[in-house]
Design a protein around this ligand. Structure first.
Ligand SMILES: *Cc1c(COP(=O)(O)O)cnc(C)c1O
Length: 372
């Protein structure tokens, strides 16, 4: 049998850029810039301009970016933040870190992102921020979200952890709302070799606030004006990300090539492939099809040497960790159905035509019952 097709192959990407990475690591070790430093600063500038923003604040994770974005906007105990239950748990955890309460709004089943038509009913006197997630690499429907936010005087924080270089009506995500939050977790579209994240903004005050908060709340050394955090980016990660960022557009094109090949092979046979919305340039962090009997499908694909993922099997409102919110099955039916049906196919720029064909053939071999 041919080699298995892994869900992700980070070593394949590394082999293409190894000399550049080795040189960057060497520069950091020779100059001892282990925490923040000149390479992190250079990366901040490049990353901000890649997303149409004036500032990027480099951090130790995407979760930290969400946490500091909410703090910079003054979110705290007693406040409510509106978001989607169909996301990675970090979105909701970051709201919890501030002491605020997450308020969920169901998704649009076509896009998997928050349904703008349901947001207004969730707004109360305590609402402080609207936090859409650009899930799987596709922008949430930002125009109606921004219109609602403006009508109610609310800032918008974009969870763009999965959406580097994604576009909404020709605008890069991250700088549409007040603050955009990115993750550089190794498997993300732009991945560090460890943890990393960034918050981007066009507002000097938010950028300043997040810079102080990430570094123990100090303005000058040992002068702490607020209770801050140790959320700084490593020098090594900044240097590595600085090497990788110029390759990101090509890697994104590669992901879109894979997505188009899957679509062309699967959609004519009624496999429920992901929709690229008319307003979006999707960057396919995740390529999730919908299937009826997911355990059987995943098992059959595994037996055929095709590794898959599930993003995510339990919506956050049904997670034990968030039982305090008092939700039950049936509260957000579109999120719940998506959580039951989604199956993520292998997705990375280095997938070969042969691998794509093997994945597609294996999915088609599942038959109509499994495809549902
Ligand atoms: C990865 C991710 C995060 C958290 O980023 P980390 O860098 O892992 O802390 C937040 N939100 C979403 C949607 C993510 O996919």
């Amino acid at each position: 049998m041919a080699d298995a097709v892994p869900y992700l192959d980070l070593a394949a990407q590394y082999r293409d850029i190894k000399p550049e990475i080795q040189a960057a690591i060497d520069r950091i070790l020779e100059t001892n810039q282990y925490i923040l430093g000149s390479e992190v600063k250079a990366f901040e500038g490049a990353f901000a301009s890649a997303h149409g923003a004036t500032h990027a604040v480099a951090l130790n994770s995407g979760t930290s970016a969400l946490h500091l974005a909410l703090l910079a906007l003054g979110v705290g105990p007693g406040d409510e933040v509106i978001t989607t239950p169909f996301t990675f748990v970090a979105t909701v955890a970051a709201i919890g870190y501030t002491g605020a309460t997450p308020v969920f709004v169901d998704i649009d089943p076509a896009s998997f992102t928050i349904d703008p038509a349901r947001i207004e009913a969730a707004i109360t006197a305590r609402t402080k921020v609207i936090l859409p997630v650009h899930l799987y690499g596709q922008a949430a429907d930002m125009d109606p979200i921004m219109a609602i936010a403006e009508r109610h005087g609310l800032p918008v924080v974009e969870d763009a952890a999965q959406a580097h270089l994604a576009e909404y009506r020709g605008h890069r995500v991250g700088s549409i709302g007040a603050i955009g939050c990115f993750s550089f977790y190794p498997g993300k579209n732009l991945g560090a070799y460890g943890e990393g994240g960034a918050a981007v903004t066009n507002d000097d005050r938010y950028a300043d606030a997040m810079r102080v908060l990430r570094d123990w709340g100090q303005t000058t050394r040992y002068h702490h004006v607020v209770k801050g955090y140790n959320y700084r980016m490593d020098g090594l990660q900044g240097a590595i990300l600085g090497v990788k960022l110029p390759h990101l557009a090509a890697w994104t094109d590669g992901r879109r090539r894979v997505a188009e090949a899957y679509r062309a092979a699967l959609a004519p046979h009624d496999v429920r492939v992901p929709a690229e919305m008319s307003y979006a340039r999707h960057v396919y962090h995740v390529y999730a099809i919908r299937v009826a009997d997911r355990p059987a499908c995943q098992q059959a694909l595994q037996a055929a040497g095709i590794h898959t993922g599930i993003h995510y099997p339990i919506p956050v409102h049904l997670q034990e960790a968030w039982a305090e919110l008092g939700h039950a099955r049936g509260d957000f039916p579109h999120a719940e159905r998506a959580a039951d049906e989604v199956l993520s196919l292998p997705m990375y720029a280095e997938l070969t035509d042969d691998q794509i064909a093997r994945v597609s053939d294996a999915v088609l071999a599942l038959g109509t019952t499994a495809r549902g």
